[in-house]
Design a protein around this ligand. Structure first.
Ligand SMILES: Nc1ncnc2c1ncn2[C@@H]1O[C@H](COP(=O)(O)OP(=O)(O)OP(=O)(O)O)[C@@H](O)[C@H]1O
Ligand SMILES: [Mg+2]
Length: 182
């Protein structure tokens, strides 16, 4: 459950998010749409603790991201809007880095990495640096980095951008499967 309670954020004099409120119940998939510059990414940055909140509060499974950030961060995995991160790491190193942060046991993570890499068809590229990846391949590596941790809440900012149709379909199926678990 994500609970956004009357949240506002300004950059200087510009109000990027103005008194937004909505809830995402557990077991649901909710899309968050709006024109470019509407404040979607800014809202995600506040949800995930990357940006401070000017007014209001955000609870992730009942945990306040501003008051208890470490505990709240354990609840979600994030796919940011740009996959151009950690480019000097190989995909496997990046995914392991994410799994380290979430303290995922070695054998469990290896099993998940094997399965996800096979599902998203990047098995043969896992040991190549992300800098050598195409946009869609980077996107897949970032998605695997989030899913390998099996977070309760998935927060995805434009996750389909750059994915081939098969991978986009697969991600949609994985989202449905996860929502059904509640
Ligand atoms: N770090 C920042 N400094 C100043 N202004 C910012 C900053 N980040 C975002 N903004 C402004 O806040 C507004 C909302 O931006 P945001 O990135 O949240 O939009 P968005 O809905 O995600 O758009 P898009 O669909 O293009 O991804 C925009 O007017 C943007 O210029
Ligand atoms: Mg955005």
């Amino acid at each position: 459950m994500i609970d956004i309670k009357n949240v506002s954020k300004s950059f200087g004099t510009k109000k990027a998010v103005d008194d937004i409120r909505f809830q995402v119940p557990s077991g649901s998939i909710t899309g968050f749409i709006g024109p470019n510059g509407a404040g979607k990414t800014t809202t995600i940055h506040m949800m995930t603790g990357a940006l401070g909140i000017d007014q209001g509060e955000i609870l992730l499974n009942g945990i306040d991201i501003a008051k208890d950030p470490i505990q709240a961060k354990r609840e979600f995995g994030l796919v940011p809007d740009s996959p151009d991160l950690f480019l000097r790491l190989s995909a496997r190193e990046y995914i392991n880095f994410m799994a380290d942060i979430y303290q995922i046991d070695q054998s469990l993570r290896n099993q998940r990495i094997g399965q996800l890499a096979k599902d998203f068809q990047i098995e043969s590229d896992l040991d190549q640096p992300l800098s050598s990846f195409s946009h869609g391949m980077r996107q897949k590596a970032i998605i695997i980095g989030a899913l390998v941790c099996d977070p309760n809440i998935w927060i995805l900012d434009e996750p389909m951008t750059g994915l081939d149709p098969e991978s986009a379909f697969l991600l949609k199926e994985k989202m449905k499967e996860h929502a059904q678990k509640g």
